[in-house]
Write a protein that binds this ligand. Structure first.
Ligand SMILES: *Cc1c(COP(=O)(O)O)cnc(C)c1O
Length: 382
């Protein structure tokens, strides 16, 4: 179902130097259909009308950048990414602002991390500005898909994959950089509830020298069985330990972790330090900044399971939460492990967890002043 067709045009924008951003005719779903999907979008189920796509060939660089109708890809069955997982991604969100404009949150950090992921997987760089141009162009074109309900967002998924048809093992000579977007509902539509976690003692996520500090597709494939084990143990999420000693807490699923020591104005935060096996989350970094501004001491250091368990037992560790773009902040309640279960606090979300969560959401949704220039205006007020 379409109601409007925009004319095809070469916009005045360039994807990157000398590569024009072509804007194709994109059939638009009707306002009625869109409204139905935006009513209860869930996560990652519906996609907007357009997608951004650009091609890279060794020797030519980036070519053929366009906004085109969201549609299945055609690629050779021997495409390298399908065999050897030469594939990376990012995740960020666009937020409807109170003045009717649309903004993304710290996209330059996603661009920089994407470049680091590309380098680690021997893939070509997407210049930071080109990454941001592609995201902006898609969000602007599909701004009607940015939901405006409480805590609703448009989730944006930039990714790059090797498409050269070749089964030899070496970096491919041809790639696609694609951006798609998906409206996302509030993560906790019925109020914030702590998750239960399972300490993974059989599987590891990341080892020194591996790919744990970049967002590559293979990391997620390798995590699925541990996540299934967590679910079989009656938990919501898996918690990863360090690969060497299996002693230090690293991450929860695809999120970073924080531990609250003490309470009230003097409460301190500890978050596992970035040893090279943790993914440097943008939410993590933002929360370190916000918590310090609120007067809390924040330390990045190793944090062991023993310290967590003993701290919960003697009341030192009062709260634990995980953070990431998709969920912002998720409190952690019950912890299950072969070495014994324990529950953080009284099983309810802690006060600092909830304060930080509300504060970051307020910044992202434009309800409080953006004192760090974290919001990047994509589409003007309409
Ligand atoms: C993406 C990701 C995070 C969170 O990063 P944000 O930038 O905050 O969204 C944390 N851990 C892993 C393993 C991730 O892939």
């Amino acid at each position: 179902m379409t109601d409007t067709l925009s004319p095809s045009r070469t916009s005045s924008r360039e994807f990157t130097e000398g590569v024009p951003l072509v804007v194709e005719d994109v059939p638009r779903r009707s306002a009625t259909e869109r409204a139905q999907q935006l009513e209860d979008p869930g996560f990652g189920r519906y996609f907007t009308d357009s997608m951004f796509i650009a091609r890279y060939r060794v020797g030519e660089g980036w070519v053929d950048a366009r906004l085109t109708p969201y549609a299945p890809l055609q690629m050779d069955p021997s495409a390298a990414a399908l065999h050897y997982a030469q594939s990376i991604f990012e995740g960020l969100k666009a937020y409807a602002q109170p003045d009717g404009s649309v903004a993304t949150f710290r996209p330059e950090s996603n661009a920089a991390r994407f470049a680091r992921s590309a380098a680690r997987l021997a893939m070509p760089a997407v210049p930071d500005q080109a990454f941001i141009t592609a995201v902006d162009a898609l969000v602007d074109a599909d701004r009607d898909w940015v939901p405006t309900g409480p805590d609703q967002t448009l989730y944006i998924r930039p990714y790059m994959l090797a498409i050269e048809p070749f089964l030899g093992v070496r970096p491919a000579h041809e790639y696609l950089f694609i951006v798609i977007a998906s409206p996302a509902g509030a993560y906790f539509p019925r109020g914030v509830h702590p998750v239960s976690v399972y300490l993974s003692e059989d599987y590891i996520r990341a080892a020194p020298g591996g790919t744990g500090d970049v967002k590559c597709a293979g990391n997620y494939a390798a995590s699925l069985l541990a996540q299934e084990q967590a679910i079989a143990a009656g938990c919501d999420q898996v918690v990863w330990l360090d690969a060497v000693e299996k002693r230090y807490v690293e991450e929860m699923g695809g999120m970073n972790l924080f531990f609250v020591l003490g309470s009230g104005a003097d409460a301190e935060l500890v978050t596992p330090e970035l040893t090279g096996t943790l993914l440097p989350g943008i939410t993590r970094e933002s929360l370190i900044t916000v918590a310090r501004e609120l007067g809390h001491r924040v330390t990045e250091r190793k944090f062991s399971v023993e310290e967590w368990r003993a701290g919960v037992a003697d009341g030192t560790v009062t709260e634990t939460f995980a953070c990431g773009t998709a969920a912002v902040i998720t409190p952690v309640g019950e912890v299950k492990a072969r070495t014994g279960d324990f529950t953080v606090g009284n099983g309810e979300p802690g006060p600092l967890t909830m304060q930080l969560r509300a504060h970051l959401l307020d910044v992202q949704h434009g309800r409080v002043a953006d004192t760090h220039g974290w919001l990047h205006r994509v589409a003007p007020a309409s």
